[in-house]
Design a protein around this ligand. Structure first.
Ligand code: 5AD
Ligand code: SF4
Length: 443
């Protein structure tokens, strides 16, 4: 039997929504009187896991093994809780395979305190329900946050792309109500946030009723947040091309606080592959959509997600992904080798692609994406913009922040974390830029 834990540590893997959930789990445990500690000293370690690709899933098991071994050397047996999408997908299998104390899914982590108390008495503690009532109402209020904060407004996915586990692990698309989102946004600003990134698996499918009872989309929410005093910047991610409404495109033209950045995954450049993925958009409609976004906001930085080696993908079809990348000119992007996920339709397709072919395609795609990222960064040199200072750099007086286009910018400044500093971008490296603050430049 384990005693009640006094200290805790949360480790989040995977997407930004998990980072957000991990923060809220930490706040929840702190509200129970537990104290945050490092992973190698905590009585309770919560692994907030990701199931999107096989490697992400396997990481959980190797982490549990390492945690146990390190703690064993110190004569400790920490309580281990597995949260997140692996917990949802594998449930009891994790208890069988890794003998962890608590398993809790992404829609039920508000029950963590009860589960931990139960595990402390030696009873099995597993909760992977997807209750109708949202967990959010049961979580403590936001307290202290950094200058750039996440706010989950939408969860789940109804799109059922054939490679993806998200509709199974996160459930159906659900939007948090308008009032709840606005209240949390105000709380985040009061707690120190200058920038809020609205999160959702399909964030641009968000819908709700405003105070006057009018149905609003994400653009309505963004316009309301634009009026929030103290908030300087708004971002949102991740979007689906089919939910990119004209209203949201217009918001990129009209809303001053909405940053010129759009993460709009396309996954592949070939229409046959897009159909096999059940993406419900094609290459031409995606490119037309980007034209409309660029017409509304010419300086917008585009980002995307790509999968190489989807079952049956031929060399010629992969070449269409490369030509789409050439046509768009992404400012940054994420690219992955296809990973068959249990229970998804694509995992059952016979024509799986050989690992060496996937490696080769990923390398070529990443070379093209890196080339475009550098070109984008170089093209912003000479521009003036503000930088939101997020943390200290390595050198004395050096700070690190983000440009409107989500680039990392180093600057020498006396400004504090959370300040917006006007700079001229003076140099570009592959992953970051240098900014020269105007006050300093004038000296
Ligand atoms: N294999 C590889 N990549 C995947 N993604 C989702 N499912 C898989 C999979 N089975 C990628 C997609 C998605 C991103 C979050 O992860 O590109 O947009
Ligand atoms: Fe997965 Fe497709 Fe839904 Fe994105 S849109 S979460 S890739 S099923």
């Amino acid at each position: 039997m384990k005693s009640d834990p006094k200290t805790f540590h949360v480790k989040s893997f995977g997407c930004q929504m998990n980072v957000y959930d991990g923060e809220r789990m930490g706040e929840l445990m702190a509200a129970q009187g537990l104290v945050a500690a490092e992973a190698d000293a905590a009585d309770l370690v919560i692994l907030n896991t990701c199931h999107i690709r096989e490697r992400a899933t396997e990481k959980v098991y190797s982490d549990i093994g390492r945690l146990r071994k390190d703690a064993g050397k110190q004569g400790r047996t920490p309580m281990i809780a597995v949260a997140g999408c692996v917990a949802q997908a594998e449930g009891e299998e994790i208890v069988r395979r890794a003998k962890v104390d608590v398993v809790v899914g992404p829609q039920s982590y508000h029950n963590l305190p009860g589960l931990v108390a139960r595990a402390a008495t030696g009873l099995p503690a597993l909760d992977t329900d997807m209750p109708i009532a949202s967990k959010f109402g049961a979580l403590p209020a936001r307290r202290k946050v950094g200058p750039s904060a996440f706010l989950t407004v939408q969860e789940g996915c109804d799109k059922f792309c054939t490679y993806c586990v998200v509709p199974y692990t996160r459930g159906a698309e659900v939007s948090r109500p308008w009032g709840q989102v606005m209240d949390e946004a105000r709380a985040l600003v009061d707690a120190g946030a200058r920038e809020i990134t609205l999160l959702g698996q399909n964030v641009n499918a968000w819908t709700g009723e405003d105070e006057a009872g009018r149905i609003q989309g994400l653009d309505g929410l963004i316009r309301a947040l634009d009026r929030l005093p103290g908030l300087a910047r708004i971002r949102y991610t991740t979007s689906h091309p089919n939910d990119m409404t004209q209203g949201l495109i217009d918001a990129h033209r009209d809303v001053g606080k909405l940053m010129p950045f759009l993460h709009l995954p396309v996954q592949a450049g070939s229409d046959r592959v897009l159909r096999a993925m059940n993406r419900s958009h094609d290459r031409a409609s995606y490119l037309r959509l980007l034209d409309r976004v660029r017409a509304a906001r010419p300086d917008i930085a585009l980002s995307g997600d790509f999968i190489v080696g989807f079952p049956g993908e031929t060399e010629a079809e992969f070449a269409e992904t490369l030509s789409l990348v050439d046509a768009v000119g992404y400012a940054q992007a994420f690219s992955f080798k296809y990973s068959p996920r249990p229970g998804t339709p694509a995992a059952a397709i016979a024509a799986q692609i050989a690992p060496a072919v996937m490696d080769d395609r990923l390398q070529r795609l990443q070379a093209a994406l890196n080339r475009d990222q550098q070109a984008f960064n170089r093209a912003t040199v000479g521009r003036s913009c503000d930088v939101l200072v997020e943390r200290r750099g390595k050198l004395p007086g050096q700070m690190l922040g983000k440009s409107p286009w989500l680039q990392s910018v180093h600057l020498l400044t006396g400004a504090a974390i959370g300040d917006l500093v006007e700079v001229e971008l003076t140099a570009a490296g592959p992953n970051s830029l240098t900014g020269s603050p105007f006050a300093l430049a004038a000296e």
